[in-house]
Write a protein that binds this ligand. Structure first.
Ligand SMILES: Nc1ncnc2c1ncn2[C@@H]1O[C@H](COP(=O)(O)OP(=O)(O)O)[C@@H](O)[C@H]1O
Ligand SMILES: [Mg+2]
Length: 272
């Protein structure tokens, strides 16, 4: 028997992506903020989890330090729920669970806990059902916080700066991903590698791109994020670059990256 009631659209599965690279300054936070914004702009419901004690993703999304009453520290420590930490941003459909320096102490506190590698995975069981993407901004280290992110994630997205030593740290990161897959999270995959701060006038940048593509093949996204001053100015205004200057080359690149990310997962874009 058929019913005349309209069938509700199928629930979109939640995807959890960890933005990881143990090197600092490669574009993890910039990518969390701006890929998050671009995914929200094309209709996804996005939650950024700030897992770096520096709290740059929270600042870049306009969350004042004084406004961070409940942070990822309290959530990871089991003192608050995820919902208590999540705050909206100026971007529709984009929210953030902010961090504070307290997270630095969590490393030590967690070390003695039996479920120390799965704290975040357990926390994310409580994510609001309307969220379709969680982006975890990892600290610049392969510490227990990053291990928690990799243990909770479906896939890891690696921002790689177009500089001479780019490949050096990548092998170590890939080994860690293998280890986490073996010991903690068998479903973990590499979503992709995004080349950041690309400068076409710089021969070295071009050479690094060729090397990384030769080494990692189609794991590397077609989209490269250009070095662009508007991208670096935006955080001081507490805004994603897409709100600060939508037309600039950096914003356009993050929009292209967002469509590549959802295409790679076989998702049809939802209408915004
Ligand atoms: N495409 C870009 N063009 C120019 N500056 C960038 C770009 N991406 C990142 N930056 C700047 O580089 C610095 C490091 O980026 P960030 O995202 O904080 O790296 P990470 O989180 O890996 O430490 C920041 O000052 C940021 O504004
Ligand atoms: Mg960062």
């Amino acid at each position: 028997m058929t019913s005349d009631a309209p069938t509700p659209p199928p629930a979109r599965p939640l995807r959890i992506l960890a933005l990881a690279n143990q090197k600092g300054g490669v574009g993890k936070t910039t990518t969390a903020i701006n890929l998050g914004t671009a995914l929200a702009a094309i209709g996804e419901q996005v939650l950024v989890i700030d897992l770096d004690p520096q709290g740059n993703a929270s600042t870049g999304l306009g969350i004042d330090r004084r406004a961070r009453r409940v942070s990822t520290y309290e959530v990871m420590a089991g003192e608050a729920t995820l919902a208590q930490a999540v705050v909206p941003t100026a971007v529709p459909r984009l929210s953030v669970a902010p961090s504070t320096m307290d997270l630095l102490g969590l490393e030590l506190e967690m070390a003695a806990m039996p479920d120390r590698s799965h704290r975040l995975r357990n926390v994310l069981r409580g994510v609001s059902p309307d969220i379709t993407y969680v982006l975890i901004d990892c600290p610049p280290s392969l510490n227990l916080l990053t291990i928690n992110a990799l243990a909770a994630a479906d896939a890891v997205l690696v921002p790689l700066q177009c500089e001479f030593f780019a490949l050096e740290g990548l092998s170590q990161l890939l080994r860690t991903v293998e280890q986490v897959r073996g010991a903690l999270n068998p479903r973990l995959t590499i979503q992709g590698i995004v080349l950041t701060m690309f400068d076409p006038r710089n021969n070295l940048s071009t050479q690094v791109v060729a090397d990384v593509r030769g080494f990692m093949g189609d794991k590397v996204y077609e989209t490269m994020i250009p070095r662009n001053v508007r991208v670096s100015e935006a955080p001081s205004h507490g805004k994603p670059v897409l709100l600060y200057d939508l037309k600039c080359a950096g914003s356009q690149a993050y929009l292209r990256l967002a469509s590549e990310v959802i295409q790679r997962e076989g998702r049809v874009p939802v209408a915004a």
